[in-house]
Design a protein around this ligand. Sequence first.
Ligand SMILES: *Cc1c(COP(=O)(O)O)cnc(C)c1O
Length: 411
Amino acid sequence: MSQEGITTRLVHADRRTNLEYGAIHAPVHNSVPYGYDNCQDLVDVFQGKQAGQAYARQSTPTTDLLAKKITELESGHNSLVFGSGMAAVTALFIALLKSGDHIVASRYLFGNTSSVFATLSGFGVDVSLIDACDINEVESALQPNTKMVFVETIANPATQIVDLEGIGEICAQRKLMYIVDNTLTTGYLYQAKNHGASLVVNSLSKYFGGHGNALGGSVTDTGLYDWSEYPNIYEGYRSGDPRNWGLTQVKKKALRDYGGSLSSTQAHLLSAGSDTLALRMDRQCGNAMALALFLDSHPKVAKVYYPGLSSHPHHLRAKSWFKDFGALVSFDLVDGKDGIAFLDACNIVINATHLGDNRTLALPVAPTIYFEMGLEARRKSGISEGMLRCSIGIEDSADLIADFEQALDLI
Ligand SMILES: *Cc1c(COP(=O)(O)O)cnc(C)c1O
């Protein structure tokens, strides 16, 4: 039986849950507590013997429906949603690690995730940050106490693509948890499950929502990891189908206890935004490719970082693993040209952090988001001091290129 495409499934998901009045969007349930006529039902919900809501810090009907859409997108078993991408990332570590554990992580990471790893070191969790583009580095970093390998798909801002396939194979052989932050690609461009990911993280604030009007994050369990093999599952969560143990523990130990919860209002905005995920990403990737080609041939541009260019060191990985090359384009101007003056000369491009927005946003990364990490770590991450990062939006391609062109002319 052929399965419907992802856009068809996303846009019809809500109404297929039998909404009242024929609504096509699920209602926004803003209630914090959920009451039961029969007190035994409340008891059963608390004990997990009956499905239902209890308190909005763990879930609401609205956040549950959003989680289902993400599960569809990532072809997963189930998902949890959080108040931000960082809440989702941090939740995994809080819920699944103990002092004395070790993580192997790509050194090419979202800056705040690197910062969380530094915090974890203070709690007795050891982190090895390695060049995950090279499978030998991953393999030699593994230790007997390694619990997980954590990577991103297209690294921000220098667009390296780690050996997603090779890491998946190693993790499967060694029964290690493999966590992929799929924010830059989403399940639309890349199915991390196909390379053996155990858990897939997404910042919903980026491409998934797309409109820059709501924060959110998610964790999807692909169903591939055998939680009965994982030593850190507490006794109380080792009952029923082992496929549910991991996210049950993440829900209780992180979402419930630490409380990085998503509100129903935000969930609704993200959910509506996701209707157009595929349309937006197709357009953004097309715009990014056109702009990368333009910049690559411009005399005032020294280097362009975009996986769609055949000169990119990981072009072939991106070509064979991803549906398209993403919409993050970074570049260096030639010596003597000022990136800040360039950005100030742009009319359409907005000086702003964030990515995956409908609008094109850009910023110099060394003095902003990667300032705190310091020069040495920037070098190791492949971040040049003058690098400009552009998150390409859905504007008309010709307008975007014309804006870059006139700003380059002015500097
Ligand atoms: C933005 C981002 C995050 C964090 O998401 P927020 O929703 O901003 O908290 C995590 N990982 C990656 C790769 C990101 O780009």
